[in-house]
Ligand binder design. Sequence first.
Ligand SMILES: [Zn+2]
Length: 336
Amino acid sequence: MTGSAKSAAFDLLAHPWFGRFLSLGGGPRCVVLMLHRFQSADHSVTGHDPAQLRTLLAGLRRSNIALIDVAQAITAMGDATTRASLPRRSVAFTVDDGYADLVEVGEPVFAEFDCPVTGFVVPGVIDGHCWFWWDQIDWIMRQTTASSLSMELQGQPVSLQWSDADSRHVEQNRLIERLKEIDHDALLAFVHELARVAEVPIPLAAPFRYRTLRWDELRAAEARGMRFGPHSMTHPILNRCTAAQSAHEIGESVRRVREELAHPQAIFCYPNGRPGDFGMREMASVRAAGMTSALSTQPRVLCIRDAQTADPDWRFAVPRFPYAEHLGTVARFFLR
Ligand SMILES: [Zn+2]
């Protein structure tokens, strides 16, 4: 193991959630983890390393930390009579965006440990009406023959310059983070303009490397035990949408998931999910659509305090931690 991997492990030990999660005392606690893409066998897609995930799952099992369904965690935590049935320490796995690698790479690893997993899917992408805007940027940046681009975003200059794949990736991520701060329609217009300036036409259908699972593949995965829930129609940051757009993104995605799947989770997952990416308006829409809870990306342990709060809306902003590769390293060190 390299020095940097060791120091990453010790850094994480110092992370407040880890100590609080493992310490004795208190009521049941659940860490809800959020994953995205998985590394492909030929490494052409960067994502979570299945070997690292296996290490983490093995560590959690060895430490008798329960691997549970996220719906079970939220439901049981919210009811004083069922709360006692919750394991004292548990982890629930969620995977956002519904890429094909969830089933091709992730699912077999989760299955090895009999670990429940819920995927959150985007019906507008599955139905072929659009593909993810950040993938379109990735496509444009990979395909263009340029090594620098100059544009304007809301009166401010945007200048991108790169010399290799790594620096292109850095520039691309910087741009994506900046675009998360503007209205969704302006974001889509910018991606369109980027394609024009870079002289890369955006294909109507997502190229293979960005492939998401089809409904029949989701149904087959459901039959094997996986669960799925709605994650909006086109994955905009809902607070950057008009009220009508936001309501449609939520309500229609709930409707499509219910229409296509046999056992959909009654849990909505906010795109991006940071505080400020959704608000009371979205929480009300999620509730009106018949969902019983919703997931954010606020990194905090789900614990009894959430359920005991006087605020009934706690179920509509359930905290989650981003999964990081070094969790696998940590598991090897500390979860014995
Ligand atoms: Zn997402």
